[in-house]
Design a protein around this ligand. Sequence first.
Ligand SMILES: *[C@@H]1O[C@H](CO)[C@@H](O)[C@H](O)[C@H]1NC(C)=O
Ligand SMILES: *[C@@H]1O[C@H](CO)[C@@H](O)[C@H](O)[C@H]1NC(C)=O
Ligand SMILES: *[C@@H]1O[C@H](CO)[C@@H](O)[C@H](O)[C@H]1NC(C)=O
Ligand SMILES: *[C@@H]1O[C@H](CO)[C@@H](O)[C@H](O)[C@H]1NC(C)=O
Ligand SMILES: *[C@@H]1O[C@H](CO)[C@@H](O)[C@H](O)[C@H]1NC(C)=O
Ligand SMILES: *[C@@H]1O[C@H](CO)[C@@H](O)[C@H](O)[C@H]1NC(C)=O
Ligand SMILES: *[C@@H]1O[C@H](CO)[C@@H](O)[C@H](O)[C@H]1NC(C)=O
Ligand SMILES: *[C@@H]1O[C@H](CO)[C@@H](O)[C@H](O)[C@H]1NC(C)=O
Ligand SMILES: *[C@@H]1O[C@H](CO)[C@@H](O)[C@H](O)[C@H]1NC(C)=O
Ligand SMILES: *[C@@H]1O[C@H](CO)[C@@H](O)[C@H](O)[C@H]1NC(C)=O
Ligand SMILES: *[C@@H]1O[C@H](CO)[C@@H](O)[C@H](O)[C@H]1NC(C)=O
Length: 455
Amino acid sequence: MMAFSLRNIVAFLPLFHASIVVATLPSCQTCGSPEPSPPAPEPEAFPPEPEVPEPYPPELAPYPEPDQSPEPSEAPIDDDGVFDVTNYGAVADGGTECSSAFSAAWHAACDYPWNSTIYIPEGTFLVGPISFRGPCYNDRSPNVEIRGTLFALSSLSSFKSSYWISFKNLQGLTLIGGPEYGKLDGQGAVEAWKEPSCEKSARCKKLITSIDFINVSHATISNITLSNSKGFHLGLHGSKNIKIYNVKIIAPEDSPNTDGIHVSNSSNISIFSSTIGVGDDCVSIGPGSKNVSVSNIRCGPGHGISVGSLGKYKNEKDVVGINVRNCTINGTENGIRMKTWPGDRPSNAYNMTFEDIVMVNVSNPIIIDQEYCPSHKCKSNEPSMVKLKDIFIKNINGTYSTKSAVIFLCSSEAPCENVQLVNINLNYLVPNSPRQGRLNIKGFLNGLQVINSRF
Ligand SMILES: *[C@@H]1O[C@H](CO)[C@@H](O)[C@H](O)[C@H]1NC(C)=O
Ligand SMILES: *[C@@H]1O[C@H](CO)[C@@H](O)[C@H](O)[C@H]1NC(C)=O
Ligand SMILES: *[C@@H]1O[C@H](CO)[C@@H](O)[C@H](O)[C@H]1NC(C)=O
Ligand SMILES: *[C@@H]1O[C@H](CO)[C@@H](O)[C@H](O)[C@H]1NC(C)=O
Ligand SMILES: *[C@@H]1O[C@H](CO)[C@@H](O)[C@H](O)[C@H]1NC(C)=O
Ligand SMILES: *[C@@H]1O[C@H](CO)[C@@H](O)[C@H](O)[C@H]1NC(C)=O
Ligand SMILES: *[C@@H]1O[C@H](CO)[C@@H](O)[C@H](O)[C@H]1NC(C)=O
Ligand SMILES: *[C@@H]1O[C@H](CO)[C@@H](O)[C@H](O)[C@H]1NC(C)=O
Ligand SMILES: *[C@@H]1O[C@H](CO)[C@@H](O)[C@H](O)[C@H]1NC(C)=O
Ligand SMILES: *[C@@H]1O[C@H](CO)[C@@H](O)[C@H](O)[C@H]1NC(C)=O
Ligand SMILES: *[C@@H]1O[C@H](CO)[C@@H](O)[C@H](O)[C@H]1NC(C)=O
């Protein structure tokens, strides 16, 4: 039996071996201040995120003022509200660039004074950068139904913005494929992945997200397959009340920065029943994310499910209320991870629960990394000022490979606070070879409980 009670202790234990840890602590009087953390700075000014640099030049005009009568012009009248892109000039031959046809169909559907659907039939469409922008008639988004396959243009010079497809300023969007799933292939292998990666070079190319949702609310996204993005596959920014399910996201393990789903500045997001195997994080939950639920996800290969990275930019908003549950994380570099940059950019991330997760052959199944600095372009000697607290990790089973089972690299200036490990059962996979340590703690950790756990 071992008990952990670390209060403002500098625990510098890079090779700490906790062979069997079955500990119970009483309640948390020993765990540090029960007071809420100081109110988060709520700055108004906020720099554009690198993934979504404003402005977005090639945007379609929003819905015209109500007194301008909508005119679908020469295009056929779709009086059932279904706007088939092939009626607007799109050709399913995989070689004709279709974005202006998609735009024309969007304008017609967006203006249509009744419910409307953009319909992309079976077949292969080559599509350049395109922005589906609202608000639309009555502030209601058309639905988008994808039966076929969209291929992105492969050359990076075709993209002026940081997305391939964006949906912006819309309410009530349903983006859906059929039972065979609509397919969107970002063609990252042709050119984008060969550029110097941003982790290695300051002169890296901009990352292009396959589908960005910006200021979108009450949307559902389902039955689509995204593959081989040039950058992230799906991005949610400034959006709320979004459900994403029955989605497959596939890119090679060694494709750079191909995160599956990235969430930032968004609330009430639910991501479930999906399979994600990519070259970077399966799901990454960035600054300003509130009430995000991730469940029934198969993740791997990739870098696991992450909160972060946080603390890279000034005036980031807090991350609050994250719940990750019932996921299988298989063959990844990390399992569940919280990552923050060194340096003086304060914010908070709290109330985060990770539960009922199976790890299969994961290098670092449970990791808090407050020294995250993949580009080596940070003040790595400065402690992170991102406060991580109220972190509940429970019912985690499975196996891990070459690294430590549990790594907590906490900040010395903003100590991790109230971290609970409950019912952790992780087995080291590789017999007869040294591992780095089962529990690896550095920095200040203000209140750790390890209950009924072994790793
Ligand atoms: C239009 O869409 C809304 C929201 O999905 C739905 O409640 C309504 O029944 C639809 N109206 C028609 C006429 O289909
Ligand atoms: C967000 O979209 C709505 C339409 O749904 C629009 O009225 C509003 O101005 C947009 N907000 C921003 C910040 O662009
Ligand atoms: C979506 O895919 C699921 C299987 O993953 C299928 O059961 C369902 O019918 C599909 N939905 C539609 C609208 O095609
Ligand atoms: C966050 O999202 C809201 C709502 O869309 C928007 O008004 C605001 O500008 C966004 N803030 C940042 C920093 O992106
Ligand atoms: C969190 O979001 C879900 C939808 O994903 C919603 O049902 C729930 O009420 C929200 N909870 C809070 C506390 O806002
Ligand atoms: C999130 O969902 C809750 C519960 O439905 C709702 O009260 C809250 O307003 C939602 N938040 C946003 C930002 O829409
Ligand atoms: C857990 O996720 C799996 C799919 O990964 C699903 O089949 C199962 O129903 C989920 N269990 C619960 C309790 O949600
Ligand atoms: C913590 O976050 C969850 C969502 O994951 C929410 O339902 C719950 O109300 C939050 N609890 C507190 C104390 O904020
Ligand atoms: C993990 O991934 C490997 C390789 O793809 C696969 O063979 C195995 O069945 C997966 N295990 C689980 C539990 O999903
Ligand atoms: C972990 O293993 C225990 C004991 O075999 C089992 O009761 C529990 O359901 C498992 N949890 C998960 C998330 O697989
Ligand atoms: C674990 O994953 C590594 C690659 O990350 C692989 O070489 C090894 O064979 C896997 N072990 C098992 C038991 O699947």
